[in-house]
Design a binder for this molecule. Sequence first.
Ligand code: MF3
Ligand code: CO
Length: 255
Amino acid sequence: MVVLKSAAELATMREAGRVVAQILTAVRAAAQPGATLQELDDLARELLSEKGAKSSFLHYHPSFAPIPYPAVLCLSVNDAIVHGIPDARRLDDGDLLSIDFGAHIDGYHGDSAITVGIGTVDAAAQRLSDVGKQALDAGIAAAVAGNRLGDISHAVQTVCRAAKYGMPTGYGGHGVGTAMHEDPHVPNEGRPGRGLALRPGLVLAIEPMVVESGSDRHRLLLDGWTVSTVDGSRAAHWEHTIAVTEDGPVILTAL
Ligand code: MF3
Ligand code: CO
């Protein structure tokens, strides 16, 4: 069921989204060569309690997962695409890291992800991340009342495929509200002019994922959560939670 949000609900979601952006910014600054993934998760936990917000991810237990999610960040390094679990791994110069973070305030969620290079990354990694960000921007620009869901999907797909990147089959974005994952599913590929009509009050997480080799294949690691490429090639992932409004798309997870 797709639930449209009132202006008051959108105001609360903007608060939650701003906290998500602030914490992502702090984690990004701390994501330096030598830092461990666990340290970044600890930092996000501290900032959450400082800001009086709660994690959307910690203990989240969808039916597809064998164990509840054990952290507040998803940290996906190099060939990990999404849902990497923070552990004792140390970041290396040249790593490509997706930082995905969600928080709720008064029960309303925000969900956002960025991909960052650790220290100095090669030009191919930078391009991969840049294209992921451009795909996100294109998806957001299509989130206009009167358009349809397929217009967002098609906009994302067009940017990723023009760059000859892979897109993990079946993965995409989602509605956001009093649950982190609500209807509708937002595919990263689709046909323009098709699907749900976008109306003011609709809140969506748009989250393109791109794979350097061009492969769409993915596999689940033994930890039950980490989604990785099959051929070892690198991936990038970007996400914002946005609201469709009378005045166009509003990025709820902006600073
Ligand atoms: N942005 C990710 C998603 O929508 C967040 C997953 S959180 C987790 O899939 F807890 F499920 F890992
Ligand atoms: Co999401």
